[in-house]
Design a protein around this ligand. Structure first.
Ligand code: GLU
Length: 466
């Protein structure tokens, strides 16, 4: 069996968003699922629109999501000589011809065709045919090179998503494959690359489906069997429009900053156009075991941020606490907050109530940095009738030795205070939570206090009197 070789071939002309990165996920997963090779190719020939910042987001995003290429990144701009070489081969085979039609002539042709309600297409004026007399070559005009598309028959392929596709060659005109300055055009470069990189499966967005018959004809002219194609349906944004930077799509790396885990992103993106029964939550390993091209969805998938948050929450919940702590630490580090080994237990205690790492870091922050107690919470909970009990608690806590600073010891101490002050747990717990963490909604108070530095607790409880 031949080894599967897939590629992701982004154009670095804007920050890649979730819709784009999904076009990387499937070829990557297919290569991993089949023991194949995944290649990254940067299609940077559009010099006006390509930029390094976009390349950086591609590389950073893929690294974050763990979609490491086995080969590449290759840059098309570094392969121009190779394209010219293959172009010369096509010329030798008589598969291309020079066309001197000017832009004005082309516009006029298009105009005539539109008026006659025909599909605008090049009319073959300069295409050499046996017995045909070509127009005189205009002086001082540099020609483009056009590919001699077959005029008969059809291009047929079995698309892994769309099924059998049949395009009559009569619908395709002769594509420009080199500009007047000799630089090759997009569709031609893609074919040369896919051949040289021995791509077996082209998995890409269906905005390229119109290019495919043209590309297949170029493959054939070069005597190479075309790869298998899978054209993925569009990803729509929440408003139901095609996801694009212009209508507010975020760069994929933004999700890292917002506290999504790479595994949750992979999980969410995987489901955006592929399914494994009813499974919604799965690990990276499961996904790579299950993925194949037979369960790709045919209809457009719609991005749903609430769903993404939910998936993220599930991943956070099931993640190893120590692993989670490492991720949360990165967020704390960014704010110059020094954490310690307690962070693992803090993550364990709070992870169930967090749907992002940012939210978890926010909880953790209260243990390591000053807390702002909102005035409304303070006024509502730290009422004069509990100030005495809080002081009592503080006294008792201050007498606990370091080795007694445990959840159990703190729980029994809390009970003592409640009995002595004849209060119910919420009457004491709410204000203490507010003073310690700035909010009355926290996990059980004994667990929370046990994770604090005793000095910090005493200090924060003092504020009850102010
Ligand atoms: N460079 C193209 C894009 O970013 C993809 C081309 C391909 O996958 O064949 O849309």
């Amino acid at each position: 069996m031949t080894t599967v070789r897939t590629r992701f071939a982004p154009s670095p002309t804007g920050f890649i968003h979730l819709g784009n990165i999904r076009s990387a996920l499937y070829p990557w997963a297919y290569a991993r699922a089949t023991g194949g090779v995944f290649i990254l190719r940067i299609e940077d020939t559009d010099l006006d629109r390509s930029n390094q910042a976009s390349v950086d987001v591609i590389l950073e995003g893929m690294k974050w999501l763990g979609m490491d290429p086995d080969e590449g990144p290759f840059y098309q701009m570094q392969r121009i000589d190779r394209y010219k070489e293959v172009l010369a081969q096509l010329q030798d085979r008589g598969a291309v011809y020079p066309c001197y039609m000017s832009v004005q002539e082309l516009d006029a042709l298009r105009e005539r065709q539109m008026q006659a309600k025909e599909k605008p297409r090049y009319d073959g004026t300069w295409r050499p045919e046996p017995g045909k007399v070509l127009p005189p070559i205009p002086e001082g005009v540099k020609p483009v090179l056009r590919f001699k598309n077959p005029t008969e028959g059809a291009v047929i392929w079995e698309d892994k998503v769309k099924g059998s596709i049949h395009i009559s060659n009569q619908e395709l005109d002769d594509l420009v494959i080199a500009r007047p300055d000799g630089t090759p055009t997009y569709n031609f470069c893609v074919v040369v690359d896919d051949i040289d990189m021995k791509i077996t499966h082209v998995i890409r967005g269906d905005d390229h489906v119109n290019n495919t018959p043209r590309q297949i004809n170029i493959f054939k002219a070069l005597g190479v069997e075309p790869p298998v194609y899978a054209h993925l349906p569009t990803v729509l944004n929440e408003a139901g429009e095609k996801m694009s930077k212009r209508n507010g799509a975020k760069a994929v790396t933004q999700y890292k900053e917002e506290g999504y885990t790479a595994d949750a992103m992979v999980n969410y993106l995987a489901r955006l156009g592929w399914s494994h029964g009813d499974d919604e939550i799965f690990s990276r390993e499961q996904f790579l075991q299950w993925f194949n091209l037979d369960h790709l969805g045919r209809s457009a998938a719609q991005f749903d941020e609430a769903k993404l948050r939910w998936v993220n929450a599930q991943h956070i919940k099931s993640m190893e606490d120590s692993q989670l702590a490492l991720m949360v630490k990165e967020f704390l580090d960014k704010e110059h907050i020094t954490s310690d080994q307690r962070l693992v237990a803090i993550c364990a205690l709070f992870k169930d109530r967090c749907d992002t790492l940012v939210a978890l870091a926010h909880w953790a922050r209260a243990f390591y940095a000053d807390v702002q107690v909102p005035v409304v919470e303070r006024e509502k909970h730290v009422v004069s009738s509990v100030v005495g009990a809080i002081e009592l608690l503080s006294n008792k806590l201050s007498k606990l030795s370091a080795s007694d600073w445990t959840k159990e010891a703190i729980a029994s101490l809390l009970k003592e205070v409640l009995a002595e002050a004849t209060l119910k747990m919420p009457q004491l717990a709410m204000p203490v939570r507010v003073l310690l963490m700035g909010t009355p909604q926290t996990p059980s108070l004994d667990s929370v206090i046990a994770l604090f530095d005793p000095q910090v607790v005493i200090e924060r409880l003092k504020a009850a009197k102010n």
